[in-house]
Unconditional design. Sequence first.
Lengths: 302, 322
Amino acid sequence: MTAIELPSYLDQSEAVSARFDKLKQREVILEVKHLGKQFNSQQGLVTALRDINFKTHRREFVCVIGPSGCGKSTLIRILAGLESPSSGEVLLDNKPVFEPGPDRGMVFQGYTLFPWLSVKHNVMFGLEMQGHTKATAESEALNWIDLVGLEKFADAYPHQLSGGMKQRVAIARALANKPRILLMDEPFGALDAQTRSKMQANLIEIWRNIDITVLFITHDLDEAIYLADRILVLKANPGEVEELIEVPVPRPRTADQVISPEFLATKKRLEELIHPPTAEDDTDELHMIRMTHVGDDVEVMD
Amino acid sequence: MSQSTRWFAVRQALTRKQVTTLTLLSFLLPILVWSLVSYVPFLWHPKIEIVEPGSITWLKPGMLVEQQVFLDQQLLAAEQKTAPPEGFRANPIYLPAPHEVATAFYTAFTTEPTRSSEQWLHESLWHSIQVIFWGFTLSSLIGVPLGVLCGTYVAISRLQEPFIEFFRYLPAPAFGALAVAILGIHDGPKIAIIFIGTFFQQVLIIANTTRKLDVALLEAALTLGAKKFQLLFRVVIPGILPDLYRDQRILLGWAWTYLIVAELIGTSSGITWFITQQARYKNFDNVYAAIIMIGIIGVVSDIVLARLGKRLFPWEKEQVKG
């Protein structure tokens, strides 16, 4: 096998680099400062997150990636206000965040549509909480349902929808509140591969067309590279920022780019960070003995 | 689906036809056993019904005697060379045949009360239904909201549930005498017994149902901007409604089981009064008819409520099938 010569993931084309320059000049929407989170568990005090710092700019798409147990879900729950940090602070538009609010929309990994409400009423829910009248809420909701392509299902109940459709409704429901930032916690994790890539393309399309900043958690490297402007890589025990990668893959993104040099270079880097080759535990190696009567090794055909 | 669905495949669904057959059988089999015991003379039939007393003066036509006694008398008559008594094998009076009970379903309604102050069967039944209705309604009016609050707010649960947990072990009938002393001898204490029997279980069951609501739904609502009471009224209550309805159906069944005890308290009344009265007159066909009527009222009302539930909660449809 010949190794392909890849460029460094740090190399950016002029267009990409110019785009990042512009992006960084935009106003900061979300700022996380020295964020830490500790839990009391049976093993004593566990540090889930330690000294997390980053900023997202307006209309930026940030992915958070990391091995399981790195606290990425805890991080997004703190950003949403569903949990409180042990130290540090979260600023939205320079104002500290203490509790959940409609200025931060959230799409969860599990399906959290209200089963007793139709698609339309699910999307209207937040608007009604905001004190909009039924009529305005309804027309607004229908717009968002159109945007995610579910106009035919406005009156369906969630149990009649597929997983992908449910998540599209969840996105419409979160966006209907016109949040400053959309927080997405592995929203496509439960979907099959095909639906997942369709949903990714849909999400990019939605993001391009409206004024929204996205923070997206995933454990899928391809998904992170395909979607993100920047990828925040966390490491586990304790959850700390390992690196903040600027994705050198130019926009607009297409599915073909997964085999482009920039994409592969980024992926290689992410793999090094998330599965370091020096890992000492060998628990993932199976100690197999030959149990077949057929003499040859199927991989070598000796 | 394969043509021949097997009857005993482990945890496999049966065809509609199989289900219908089994449902019918579940009722027909007990009736069959009952019929066999009633109509096949050599099965059980421990007594002899006298047709002709013969020379034995203390026997009367229609009398039921033990087989041994009858045989002894026959032997005695034979020894004295007098006319032997005649009779046929019969079941005890407390086991009427199916057709007698079936007839009683009609005749129980047409049997005139022995005394003018007593009630007809339909009046007794109606009285029982009213007692159940008020007991259960009063219990629900307080129990359901309290249960929902306990399931929603930990503080309320901690304040209420320890006491309720204690109280629910106290058997409701134990409060009979107290209830009569406080509420008099008429319907008051009966309603109170049904209330006590239902209420404490109700609060705990509904609190549990409320707690089973997926927290993720509440979190989703929070991120959509829902606050305090909006969470309660727009998420918790609609979210648990189908389960709450199912709980209420089960609890209504429990309320019925307290009916007989409740109706014995103070002045005996309702269907219980009818049953004890008919048993006293040895009209056991009427007794069985009345007991079966309670069962029918229970099952029919539950089926009606189940159907209504499907209408009320369309989003629950086919959730069980997945």
